[in-house]
Design a protein around this ligand. Structure first.
Ligand code: GRF
Length: 204
């Protein structure tokens, strides 16, 4: 399976995908890394491995449609069959979602449907979880549809939230499980083991 990875930040989830491919766990290859930040750590990771990179940001285009067309062109040129959002902080244009329906997944650092939606990213998520007194948190892999963090869920894994937990310590624990379940979800897609029926997703 040819994967396009979209990332805005340091790229540890992107690295986890590459590690799973290297270890022979994930039968796929990353054909392109698309980022809205030209200096992102993820871009460095791709360059170091000679993976093709593309900087695409809304600022470079006058409309969402133009950005979508540029994204689709890059995806087509690199023969991308699947999209993995690995810490991508921008909304994917609706036109791209339509073209890749049920073939785009995202990793979120909380147990959706709680603690998701616009503005719920990075530390905001972990701060909100602790402020609410939650006893468990975790990570969720879900299909991407037109709304932030709302698509059908594919895999979740929990972590305990301890009484002395800080947003930093929670982020670290959750990131570890992100790195486990994101490549596993991709593996299930690459092996054709994911069934989608409306809002329900099964891994067989
Ligand atoms: C992760 O916590 C991910 O869940 C969120 O953004 C963070 C990205 O981290 N969407 P990294 O860039 O993969 O290290």
């Amino acid at each position: 399976m040819n994967i396009a990875v979209f990332a805005s930040g340091r790229g540890s989830n992107f690295q986890a995908i590459l590690d799973a491919i290297d270890a022979g766990i994930l039968p796929a290859r990353v054909v392109v890394l698309i980022s809205n930040k030209s200096e992102a750590g993820a871009v460095e990771i791709a360059r170091a491995r000679s993976i093709s990179t593309q900087h695409l940001s809304q600022k470079m285009f006058s409309s969402e449609e133009e950005l979508a067309d540029a994204m689709l062109e890059v995806l087509k040129k690199n023969h991308a069959e699947f999209i993995a959002l690995a810490g991508y902080l921008k909304k994917i244009p609706a036109h791209v979602i339509r073209q890749y329906r049920n073939r785009i997944i995202n990793i979120h650092p909380a147990l959706l449907p709680s603690f998701g939606g616009e503005g719920m990213y990075g530390h905001h998520v972990h701060e909100a979880v602790i402020a609410r007194g939650e006893k468990v948190s975790g990570a969720t892999v879900h299909l991407v549809d037109e709304e932030y963090d709302r698509g059908p869920m594919i895999l979740q894994k929990t972590v305990d939230v301890m009484p002395d937990e800080t947003p930093d310590s929670l982020a670290e624990k959750v990131l570890k499980v992100e790195h486990e379940i994101f490549p596993l979800a991709l593996k299930a897609f690459a092996e054709g083991r994911v069934k989608v029926e409306g809002t329900k997703v099964w891994i067989t």
